[in-house]
Design a protein around this ligand. Structure first.
Ligand code: NAI
Length: 453
């Protein structure tokens, strides 16, 4: 008998299992593929190895702007993939040994919830039954594959790729069509553009990067257009087959011949086949319904991470898993979804937290908005020839605190956590102004911007 069985060993599951075991709960994690889930194996981390190689390659291309001359440079994509595999296996191994040290048991199998009986919840894996007092479902998400004509066959024959297959491609495609200009699409478009592919991005909306601040999304698009990426917006993909992607725009159907198509049009929670119906767990639009404490409608059953369909980010998953464990342990805890930072690891990077201009206005908040160019930072100018990044601050005019911060430019991904703290703790502008920021840095533009209100 276990205190807790966790289904899924991704960021939500493995982090929660470690916290649970440290707190003395007898914990079992059942994972069908590899510990680390999508994040470590086919998401956040592998894509960062790709993008870092591209960044080095790009630095080389522009080195002469900074007075540096290299010999000829080239990228060996297959070596980039080898290094990605090395990094992934190192990190997956690290998670395994951390869990072992913490006393978490791990079973590699597909888990199904069988029933709830007098003893507890019965979970079957590899023909064996495991019983626990409570269950935490962390089964994540998988790439959405909508019924676009030709798509499933194209996935089978290797023409269409999802976030999983694209990371194991051993060649640099001459041309690739990215279907969906969201986070995955843009990061992969950035990589393949840097390494020399002709990249097209076909997006249904009239802008890229979904919920991102519209001025930032426009600058990101312009920057990548200059680098040679072609964006086709307001376009509906009508078929993906025979080495071409067809789309309809303004009532006219066109096609783009290409070596590969990347399908990055969102993700779906993984709830099918888990046996959730056997214990009556409520599912809406394919995702498990949870409250702010991570509870489902069934007492003793919790869910965290992408499977609840809420924020679908690894860092949200970590925190949601922790929230569940704290509540299981009787320590009331909840997650604040308003202060979760988001990052797009393009070059330049995009990062944001809190309200955008658009969401603040839609909520009727009384806000003041200031945009400050990053050239206010000496370090930014020193390191970015011709750089035009900026930071946008959304301040609640009634309470004088930051409710949103949006940024495009170097180090955005590392700077945003500071802004998230300001949003989460509702720090007053007057208090932030008293803080000393390091100089010279790009982050000091935040402080500078605050003096403009
Ligand atoms: P997404 O939701 O970010 O973007 C999907 C895009 O596809 C949207 O812009 C949507 O309008 C468009 N779209 C949908 N159907 C379409 C169609 N038929 N034709 C053309 N465009 C269409 O989803 P994405 O990029 O697949 O990422 C999935 C998840 O992974 C997201 O929740 C994201 O947060 C997470 N992720 C996070 C990363 C990060 O934090 N840096 C990196 C990669 C993924």
């Amino acid at each position: 008998m276990y205190d807790l069985i966790i289904l899924g060993g991704g960021p939500a599951g493995y982090n929660a299992s470690e916290r649970a075991a440290h707190a003395g709960l007898k914990t079992l994690v059942i994972e069908e593929r590899a510990l680390g889930g999508v994040c470590l194996n086919e998401g956040c981390i592998p894509t960062k190895t790709f993008l870092y190689s591209a960044k080095i390659f790009d630095y080389g291309k522009h080195a002469s702007d900074y007075g540096v001359t290299f010999g000829s440079s080239a990228i060996d994509h297959s070596k980039v993939v080898d290094r990605k595999n090395k990094v992934v296996s190192m990190l997956v191994g690290g998670v395994g040994s951390t869990l072992k040290k913490a006393g978490v048991e791990v079973v590699k199998a597909t888990a199904t919830i069988k029933e709830r009986n007098a003893e507890g919840f019965v979970v079957t894996a590899d023909g064996k039954d495991y019983v626990a007092k409570q269950i935490l479902v962390c089964t994540g998400s998988s790439a959405a594959v909508p019924p676009i004509p030709g798509l499933s066959d194209s996935i089978k024959n290797g023409f269409a790729l999802t976030n999983r297959e694209i990371l194991d491609l051993r060649e640099i495609p001459k041309s690739i069509v990215v279907v969906g200009g969201g986070v995955i699409g843009l990061e992969m478009a950035s990589y393949f553009n840097s390494v020399g592919s002709k990249v097209y991005v076909v997006e249904m909306l009239d802008h890229i990067a979904g919920p991102t601040d519209l001025e930032i999304s426009a600058l990101l698009q312009k920057t990548y257009e200059k680098k040679g990426v072609e964006f086709i917006l307001n376009a509906k993909v009508t078929s993906i087959a025979d080495k071409k992607v067809s789309y309809e725009k303004d009532g006219k159907v066109s096609e783009i011949p290409c070596d590969y198509a990347l399908v990055s049009i969102g993700r779906r929670a993984r709830t099918a086949g888990l046996g959730l119906e056997n214990i009556g767990v409520k599912i809406e639009r394919g995702a498990i319904v949870t409250d702010e404490y991570g509870k489902t409608n069934v007492p003793g059953v919790w869910a965290a991470g992408d499977v609840n369909g809420k924020s679908m980010l690894a860092h949200t998953a970590y925190r949601e898993g922790e929230v569940c464990i704290n509540n299981i342990l009787g320590k009331k805890d909840r997650i604040n979804y308003n202060s979760i930072p988001s990052v797009i690891y393009t070059n330049p990077e995009v990062a944001a937290v809190g309200e955008t201009e658009q969401t603040a206005k839609a909520k009727g908040l009384n806000v003041k908005i200031k945009t400050v160019p990053l050239v206010f930072s000496g370090r930014y100018i020193a390191e970015n020839e011709g750089g035009n990044g900026f930071i946008k601050l959304i301040v609640d005019a009634d309470h004088n605190n930051i409710v949103g911060l949006h940024m495009i430019g170097t180090y955005a991904s590392e700077i945003i956590y500071g802004a998230a703290m300001m949003v989460e703790t509702e720090m007053r502008i007057a208090d932030i102004q008293k803080m000393v920021f390091p100089h010279p840095t790009v982050c000091e533009v935040i402080r500078e911007a605050l003096f403009q209100f």
